[in-house]
Design a binder for this molecule. Structure first.
Ligand code: NAP
Length: 331
């Protein structure tokens, strides 16, 4: 297979290249694309090509896109027209009813009959759904109340640099430069609205993604989702406090049993973002009864947003399409 990675120099793209190698994806050629700024840059043995109108995009079987929604809108259909199946990490096509939105362990069946474009869910939704799908199948989810604690890498490479620069300045008594990525300083702070507010909406786009994508992936428009997305000064891994109200009664023991058998889930007492870095699993802890409701449980879900929240799932989808050995393990 010939694989293109668009956005290969970014926070997610670099993980995609790493995962294709680690998981021995059956590719005979991998071509990294980024902007003209990065053209010629070496990523290991691979040389970055500029994605310009002159770029040769012929002959790819799979294209993994992670370069923002506007790049996807412009370039993904062109790759499809040239014969590739595109797995897109951006929000560009997730709401399109003709584009499957796939979590590898949860709804691989949605890949059937795709039209060349497949969307990878938003990172916060992804990790939550890996943990909640077994509960939904067993007892039906009526309502979710969620607060996210999202790391800065979810915003990309520039945001990691902003956190590090601000933290360094603050610890060394240097004047802290004005924030560029976030509306306020993120070092030693918490921003209670992750994402942006669009068209006078009182929910951020991140919150809207979690509401919409949860229902699309679980194929149930009736699920209630109340969510607050929060940005915290953590480099990598998102955490989420999740309250799940089920339709049928489900005990803590039953939920524990379901989660212990769920693919991609690891049960721990109190997972932390630091321990999740570099791992592909979703870590679930603090599983307990919500004493305020007869059919509600609370839990704490943590995962590496750059891996399972983005790159790992994209590569797992590629494996499902390629029918590789790893795909058989997921299924
Ligand atoms: N970070 C996460 O946790 C996460 C999770 C899920 C989905 N996503 C999505 O994945 C995408 C990338 O996120 P990221 O965090 O990796 O961002 P990032 O670190 O800012 O990287 C962006 C990448 O896109 C490239 N790029 C930008 N404009 C381009 C263009 N016009 N043509 C070709 N390449 C272009 C950049 O190349 P240069 O280096 O040359 O500028 C870079 O390789 C976004 O759509 C994001 O929403 C991110």
């Amino acid at each position: 297979m010939r694989v293109a990675v668009v956005g290969a120099t970014g926070a997610v793209g670099t993980r995609m290249l790493q995962l294709l190698r680690e998981r021995e994806f059956p590719a005979h050629e991998i071509v990294p694309f980024a902007t003209e700024r990065s053209a010629g840059r070496q990523l290991g043995e691979l040389t970055v090509r500029a994605l310009t109108p002159e770029a040769d995009i012929e002959g790819f079987d799979i294209a993994l896109f992670s370069a923002g929604a506007s790049t996807s809108r412009k370039w993904a259909p062109r790759f499809v027209d040239h014969g590739a199946t595109v797995i897109d990490n951006s929000s560009a096509f997730r709401r399109d009813p003709d584009v499957p939105l796939v979590v590898a362990e949860v709804n691989p069946h949605a890949l059937r009959g795709h039209h060349g474009l497949i969307a990878n869910p938003n990172c916060s939704t992804m990790q939550m759904i890996v943990a909640l799908a077994p509960i939904h199948r067993a007892a039906g989810i009526e309502r979710l109340v969620v607060a996210t604690y999202q790391s800065v890498s979810g915003t990309g490479q520039k945001a990691i640099e902003e956190l590090e620069t601000q933290a360094h300045a603050s610890l060394h008594g240097i004047e802290i430069p004005a924030p560029e990525v976030y509306p306020e300083q993120i070092a030693f702070n918490v921003i209670g609205a992750a994402g942006s507010f669009e068209d006078g909406d009182d929910h951020t786009d991140e919150e809207r993604k979690m509401i919409f994508e949860t229902r699309k992936i679980l194929e149930d428009e009736s699920i209630g989702v109340a969510v607050t997305c929060v940005r915290v000064p953590v480099r990598i891994s998102h955490s989420e406090a999740v309250n799940v109200q089920t339709r049928e009664p489900l005990s803590v023991e039953q939920a524990r049993e379901l989660l212990s058998r769920a693919p991609g889930v690891v049960l721990e007492d109190v997972p932390t973002p630091l321990r999740a870095v570099g791992r592909d699993e979703v870590f679930v802890g603090r599983l307990r009864r919500d004493e305020s409701h007869p059919r509600a449980l609370s839990m704490w879900i943590v995962s590496d947003n750059l891996r399972k929240g983005a790159a790992t799932n994209a590569v797992q989808i590629a494996e499902l399409l390629a029918g590789s050995r790893r795909a058989a393990e997921v299924a």
